[in-house]
Ligand binder design. Sequence first.
Ligand SMILES: [Zn+2]
Length: 255
Amino acid sequence: MINIKPIKAFDDNYIWLMTTNEGSIVIDPGECVNLIKIIEQKNIKLDAILITHHHYDHTGGIEELLIKYPYLNVYGPNNNIDSIKSRLIDGGLLNVIGIDFEIIEIPGHTLDHIAYFANINNSPILFCGDTLFAGGCGRVFEGTFDQMYESLMKLKKLPQNTRIYCGHEYTINNLKFAKEVEPDNIDLIKRYNDVLDLRKNNIPTLPSTLSIELKTNPFLRADKNNVQNIISKKFKTGINEKEIFSALRQWKDNF
Ligand SMILES: [Zn+2]
């Protein structure tokens, strides 16, 4: 039994609560009011906290959780958050609640950003914080555009059926931008309409899958002719895929 449940936080964050037969973990608890309510109502045994990057909306709940559950393990990247007890690095393995997670360093949004990947009986999952979003990608705050591009290329190589659990409900806005980039992409138009229906009913648009991202997310499509053409027309740039990506990211920043 594996269950991965989104818990809403702030305006548009998702905290992920993952439960197996062996216990539960929480990914990126930016706050913990709703989380503690659920843990108590359902009598959940929380084993560990997993952190993707240092931003407050992903880490702000750690201290309060540790006060309530002092035995919790806190895993995360090498950063300035003192309450992270075990630091993880690229290529490392983390075994928790019976799951083997592979650590992938994905700098760009922040320099410390990591993702957690696990292939559970050919049903792979990825917790990727604010790097790959449904229909988009995170802003480049600390790293360079090249770093962010390389990080996304690492994620692009994962199995296509990987389910993507990211940190925010940004999908509608991301797909609005994607439609500006690729107005004739039929998969994208269909996805946009599906997502509008989900949000009308207040249903999360996540998890996504890598296969749908490959078809509809412009930030994974810098190798496609129609994306390259619109960028070179609009910005008179785009000799290589990194330049296409960075023009796309800057276009989205001002969208
Ligand atoms: Zn962030």
